[in-house]
Each structure stands twice: as C-alpha cells, then as structure tokens.
Design a protein around this ligand. Structure first.
Ligand SMILES: *Cc1c(COP(=O)(O)O)cnc(C)c1O
Length: 430
C-alpha cells in the first residue's frame, strides 16, 4: 500500500483501495453482484487457475467490491494485505488455518469475547487443534504455555466485555522469541483507536459486524497480515513455506513474499473453507468505514461521559472502563489507544443478578441485543446470554460475572443515554 505513507487515517478511510469504476466512472465503489468472470481466452483462464496471473475467477475467492474493502482495511491497519470473510468467527478460523495442523496449539488470553472462548475451547478441538488459556498479565505464564507445537499467540487489543487493554508489545516479544505470530483481535478498538501491527502483531482479525461497519447491518470478518513475519525461518509453517501440491508445488512465501498469508487466505482458505464475504455486505462495510474516525470520536466521548456518571451513582458497584482513571488499564491507554479506550464496558450493580435483569428490561433507549459497536446504544447481561456457556471461573476471567451488565455506548446524545440509565436504575433498585 503506497497510499499509507502519504495519506492520513481520515483520507484512507474514504479512499484507500478504491478508484472510479474503470467501466463507467462510477465514483462510489459498485456492488459487483456477480458469481463469475469471463476469461479473455483459455490461456488467461489457465494462468489465473495456476496463480500465475492475479485476477477474478469466481466470487468464492475474489470479488472487486470485496477487494476494495480488503485493501481499505489493510491500509487502515498498516498491513501488507487483508482477506475478508463472512464473520468475525470465520476470520479467527481463517487466521489459524494456515498456521495449524492436528496436534498444534494456540496460546490464548483468557480475556475474550464469549463466543471466542467457546470456539477455542471446544470447536477447534474437532480439527485436532487446542487452545491454552493464560492470564496475559503474567508474561511467565504465557511463555510457560508455549511448546514446540505452539503456532500462535492470540489476544484482543481491548478485551470484550471488561474493557481491558492488553500489553500487545510484551506479547509480541514473547511470540517473537518463540518464533510464532501474535494474532490480535482488534474488533473493539478498531484501527482508529489502536494499530496492533505497530506494537509487533503479525495478524490482526476483525469482526466487521461491529464498529467497522458500525450500524448493525452486516456480518463480516477480516484478517490483516503485517507482511513482516518470516514463515520460512522454521519448519513450523509448511502451508506457507513448503510446496503446495494443489498449485503445482508453488511455495506461497517464496512466490508472494509479504503477501504470502493473504494469497494463501484467498487461494486456499476461501477456496476450500468457503467463508466468503458477499459483495452487498462489503458495500455496507465500505460505507461504514468512510465515517469510522468520526463515529469512534463520538463513541469514546459518550462512553467517557456515561461511564463517569455511572461510576458516581450509588446504585452502581463498579464500572470497568479503561477510559476511567479507576481502571487498572488506564495507564496503558496513552501507549496503545491514545484517542480513547473504545465504548464498550461493564457495570456491576449493587442489586446483583436480579437488579441486572430488571435494569436491562427497564431500559428504553438502549436496545437489549447480542451485538456491540452499533451507532445505537446496546445493553446485554452477559452471564445469562453471550457468556452463558462458560463456567463461573471463565465468566469471571472474562469480566462477565452474574452482577455485571455490558454496555455498548452509541453515538446518540450522552444526556439522553444518562437519563435512560437513570430511570432504569430506579426501576431495578426499587
Ligand atoms: C463479535 C466479535 C467476534 C465475532 O464476530 P462475528 O462477526 O459475530 O462472528 C469476535 N471477536 C470480538 C471481539 C467480537 O466482538
């Protein structure tokens, strides 16, 4: 991306990866609602199938609308390339797939989105992969969990739902020493607030479903590669460093260099796993990303105001928002997300589980949904919903105790949000 060096974030979020449509001059990126693309001739078709020429074959692999989104997200994260896919959970599988084989493990932070805990704890076992959960506050514990079969370290930049800021640089150093990539889920922060590659992350994964699209319309995911990891330095990553029989013995790392992971993600990952993003979804995500910085500024401003108000209220036990000086993560904000700690946090109520349920039912402006990162303010009681499948210890580790509600602060007027919270707290505690 040569664009990165010259343009600022706000310019890139509008322009990166796009150009007026060569066929019509259309200024907005068209929705290329097509499954297949006509080959110029048989030679052209053969070259495309051999990966000797880059082009469009079939929309399970590549689509021009999705390609613009991929280029835009790569530019915003400061990566060499990106692959989009059908969901954030799809992105996590797509990120691990080129790295893992049966018997391999990923060392993961235990502060995670509830669905990721379940995916890592159970579902990936069916592929012969395991996750080892560690407390990323303890570098010794992280290093001790790594063995010869470890293929990655995984964490979230701002961990959902507790709003905990991970020491990415420390984890990147441990990953580096072990010769494995660090994968950072940057969904809650977005590249506007945090750019994990600058602190040594190799791969960044996203749920586009959340802030990047920003309006609750799309389910999508992305994997960004820094392009900086040497896949051939050891024999740990044969999918990227060794000959690929399905492409006549082509070696992805040798051939595509810093784009090896991205090309593998498309040519093998999307081809065979089929977790493809659709062009309509990519269009909505592109529209959302055009205003990312503006929305995130307002999300953060509102979150600071609402969290501060809640913290002062005597019906509230505790607010875990990294943007408050009371948070243990507050001191990491300057380094990792100087523009703010996002807009997602939890709040524990003095009335416990029962008060949480009444509070959620009493809110009028906040929507009770299993989502976050919408323009609208959202609430959920994690322990009875998103984190229900977890054990009590896992709930605690994830910051989803029974007396805790998760708030995703939208871009409405902060005064209206506070008034709604106030009336619902009254209903919950009387
Ligand atoms: C929502 C979310 C996911 C999963 O994304 P989907 O698009 O719902 O599959 C993963 N990680 C985090 C941090 C999330 O918030």
């Amino acid at each position: 991306m040569t664009e990165q060096a010259t343009y600022g974030f706000d310019t890139l979020q509008v322009h990166a990866g796009s150009a007026p449509d060569p066929a019509t001059g259309a200024r907005q990126t068209p929705i290329y609602q097509t499954t297949a693309y006509v080959f110029r001739d048989s030679e052209h078709a053969a070259a495309l199938f051999n990966l000797q020429e880059v082009g469009y074959i079939y929309s399970r692999l590549t689509n021009p609308t999705v390609m613009v989104l991929q280029a835009r997200i790569a530019a915003l994260e400061g990566g060499a390339g990106a692959v989009c896919c059908s969901s954030g959970h799809g992105a996590q599988i797509m990120a691990l797939f080129p790295l893992m084989e049966p018997g391999c493990n990923v060392v993961s932070s235990d502060r995670l989105y509830g669905g990721t805990v379940t995916q890592f704890n159970r579902t990936i076992n069916r592929f012969g992969w395991t996750a080892r959960f560690v407390d990323t506050e303890d570098p010794g514990q992280v290093a001790a969990a790594i063995d010869d079969d470890t293929r990655a370290i995984f964490c979230e930049s701002i961990a959902n739902p507790g709003g905990y800021i991970t020491d990415i640089e420390m984890l990147a150093r441990i990953a580096d020493d072990a010769g494995v990539p660090l994968i950072v889920d940057n969904t809650s922060a977005t590249p506007y607030l945090c750019r994990p590659i600058e602190y040594g992350a190799t791969l960044v994964v996203h749920s586009l479903t959340k802030y990047l699209t920003g309006n609750g319309t799309v389910t999508g995911g992305a994997i960004v590669d820094s392009g900086l990891f040497d896949w051939s330095a050891s024999d740990k990553f044969p999918s990227l460093s060794q000959p690929e029989p399905a492409y006549h013995g082509l070696r992805f790392h040798d051939t595509f260099k810093e784009l090896a992971f991205t090309f593998h993600g498309i040519a093998v990952g999307l081809r065979d796993l089929g977790m493809t993003m659709n062009p309509q979804g990519a269009h909505y995500s592109l529209l959302g990303i055009e205003t990312l910085s503006l929305r995130m500024q307002k999300h953060v401003e509102n979150a600071v105001e609402v969290a501060s108000w809640l913290e002062r209220d005597d019906r509230v036990n505790k607010v875990t928002y990294a943007g408050l000086p009371s948070s243990p993560s507050y001191s990491r904000m300057d380094k990792y997300c100087p523009r703010g700690a996002g807009a997602l946090f939890t709040c524990s109520l003095k009335g416990g589980y029962d008060a949480c349920v009444k509070f959620v039912d009493g809110l009028e402006l906040f929507s009770h949904v299993a989502n976050l990162g919408d323009a609208r303010s959202l609430v959920i009681h994690s322990a009875s919903t998103t984190h229900r499948q977890l054990t009590a210890e896992q709930q605690r580790a994830a910051g989803a105790d029974p007396d805790v509600v998760r708030l995703s602060i939208g871009i409405e007027d902060a005064d209206d949000l506070i008034a709604d919270l106030d009336q619902a707290l009254t209903k919950a505690t009387t």
